[in-house]
Design a protein around this ligand. Sequence first.
Ligand code: EPU
Length: 429
Amino acid sequence: MERFRVHGGGPLTGEVTVVGAKNSALKLMAAALLAVGRTTLRRVPDILDVAIMAELLRRLGCTVDHDVAAGVVQIDVPERPDHRADYELVRAMRASISVLGPLTARCGIADVAVPGGDAIGSRGLDMHADGLTRLGATVHVDHGYLVAEAPDGLVGAPVSLDFPSVGATENILMAAVLARGTTVIENAAREPEVADLARMLVAMGAEIEGVGSSSLIITGVDRLSPVDHEVVGDRIAAGTWMFAAAVTRGDVVVRGFDPRHLEFVIDKLVGAGVVVDRRPDGVRVTCPRRPRSFDVMTLPFPGFPTDLQPFALVFDALAEGSAMVTENLFEARFHTASELARLGADVRVDGHHALLRGRERLSAAPVVGSDIRAAAALVIAGLAADGVTTVEGVGHVDRGYPSFDATLRSLGADVRRERVEEVPFAPAT
Ligand code: EPU
């Protein structure tokens, strides 16, 4: 097992350029299944989840080439792909579920393993299943697999989502583009990654109105063509580096993303006394003195993103004043709070609220990151702690951030990976 060894230190300074968004690239790879032939994706991040999605597509009969240095993935899709996504891959990466919509549309059947709960919550699939059912598929769970069948093809229909789920919107959208007739998705997710997917589908020949809005009108077409598409810049990675700059009271230029995708976060940081200078392709973040804390309530886009909530906890743990952070999307996403308490943060969790009173400095300790964002946030907390913090969860970070520790080192941080022996004790229950 590996862990990060983080020396608390001074401000981060320098420049970072983010690549394409993980949560877009994975869905664009799944969307390639909708067209026979070669799809080319550019600015694809070199992360473990992309390698898992590539493996999944290979097992479905596609040929996938990933030129890591160039950030280019090429996917050759056969006339008749296979339609089964095994548990082994789905449990390794939940986003595998995004092949459900395209496979049902292309093959008339899809069997995708049910991923089960994970570190951030139970994460139901009811809206994915209901949406495909509305489009005429029969959907049931069979021996741990979600099976969707539409042997005579899908038929467009109105679909109203109870909640603007990112994954459900994407799956229904990818199914509807090849359905007969018109589908209207109401209360659709508006995340920039969903809009990126819709834009690629339109380039492939899909008919979609309302891209970027909560009402998507899709008129099905018979066939789509493969395209060459550049993945939208990773706003969550960008937000990560912005918080890292603020927490260490540094000076960092973050490029490669559209600041309008982080409007809410930027407003919060500015209100707290962090200087955020917007540029066409990013921001410069400087934080010369201790900022004030701010309340956070996570919400679907354009609200405060749940993926940046762990970083807000770190920020508030160190800022001046008290703050309440409310998590509205995932019921189990406060793992970072209890680990921050190990670093000396004054934080209490009550249901889906965390209450924090800022401290000038944290105190280094061994901690465990339970998911991609939690582990990354704890490394950043370690930069603002006295002494050496070790963070388990390197594998999680590698799933979502290309060269995470190398990027931190380029900004002046002292962060290394080290191998550790497995401890022969069971964790406390
Ligand atoms: N939900 C249901 N039923 C459904 C679908 C969703 O109850 O059928 C619930 C979920 O349990 C959750 C809420 O709705 O409580 C929101 O889930 P959503 O479907 O919007 O999220 P997702 O598609 O599973 C994506 C990202 C997450 C990100 C969320 C919210 C990917 C691969 N994942 O997940 O990213 O937090 O949207 O923006 O796109 C990450 O990158 O670390 C990550 C977890």
